[in-house]
Design a binder for this molecule. Structure first.
Ligand code: GLP
Length: 264
């Protein structure tokens, strides 16, 4: 695992966006196969998406041959609801880049058969040959996508029940009323994410510091599902200074030294 540490979220987001763009361009230079990209929602990736939009508009990267799958979606929230992840992704990314609409995949939280929707999503991912890169954020408890504590680290796309903590945290998007936050979601599993060739996780701000400490220095545990990244050969966590505020000084120095040596 690598931990990239930048002074603030703006610098960290630029690093992440340029890393994703580099990977898209590298693949395009060697094959006409599409680039398979996993994407996330939340306030954390917004600046990364803004930099990707800038790069697309400047002609520095193209999403024409990118196929994307989003991590998760609330159950029962209308697609057009401003807080649906469908709305979020179109507002902050898809409406501004050149990814063809048919290449965009977002779980349908209103499907008549939710289990069938999840199974079809896994099949659609497998049919592409698998993710080249999965971009994710984390919850304050270290959940990845909506894989709450005690989700199996071998989990796949399925219906999940949100914890009260997550519904309280996410109530900031629902008039601070947790009763408006859906109780269930569809979410890719931990294994869906870690099955990607590369995983890039963003974590900014002091509220993520405990989760980052657990993910980086704690055991691999279903209690902090992003800790599964420890078993991944190509996992990167991109943080601002605040998010690494709880790791040991020696760990901090180690990751900084790796960055310096590898000019990341
Ligand atoms: C939700 C999403 C996660 C996201 C998390 C953090 O729980 N399902 O994918 O990582 O929120 O959101 P934020 O970036 O707003 O802190």
């Amino acid at each position: 695992m690598k931990v990239i540490i930048r002074n603030n979220s703006a610098e960290a987001s630029v690093w992440a966006a340029r890393h994703i763009a580099d990977r898209i361009r590298e693949k395009a230079a060697r094959t006409s196969e599409p680039f398979i990209l996993g994407l996330c929602t939340g306030s954390t990736p917004i600046e990364t998406y803004a930099e990707l939009i800038r790069m697309v508009k400047a002609g520095e990267v193209s999403f024409k041959n990118v196929i994307s799958f989003n991590m998760d979606e609330y159950v029962g929230l209308p697609k057009a609801h401003p807080e649906s992840y469908w709305s979020f992704m179109h507002k902050y990314l898809f409406d501004h880049i050149d990814e063809p609409a048919e290449n965009i995949h977002i779980l349908n939280g209103n499907a008549p058969d939710l289990d069938a929707e999840c199974a079809a999503y896994e099949e659609a991912i497998a049919a592409t040959g698998g993710f080249d890169l999965f971009l994710g954020g984390i919850g304050e408890d270290g959940h990845i996508a909506f894989n709450e504590p005690f989700s199996s680290l071998n989990s796949r796309t399925r219906v999940v029940t949100l914890t009260e903590d997550t519904r309280i945290v996410n109530s900031r998007f629902f008039d601070n009323d947790m009763n408006q936050v859906p109780r269930q979601a569809l979410s890719v599993g931990v294994a869906t994410v870690t099955g990607s060739k590369e995983v890039v996780i963003l974590a900014f701000g002091p509220k993520k510091a405990r989760a980052i400490r657990d993910a980086v220095e704690g055991p691999v545990s279903h209690y902090c599902t992003v800790s599964a990244l420890q078993l991944h050969p190509d996992g990167i966590i991109v943080c601002d200074e605040a998010a690494v505020g709880e790791i040991k000084l020696n760990s901090y120095k180690y990751f900084k030294a790796v960055e310096e040596a590898e000019k990341l």
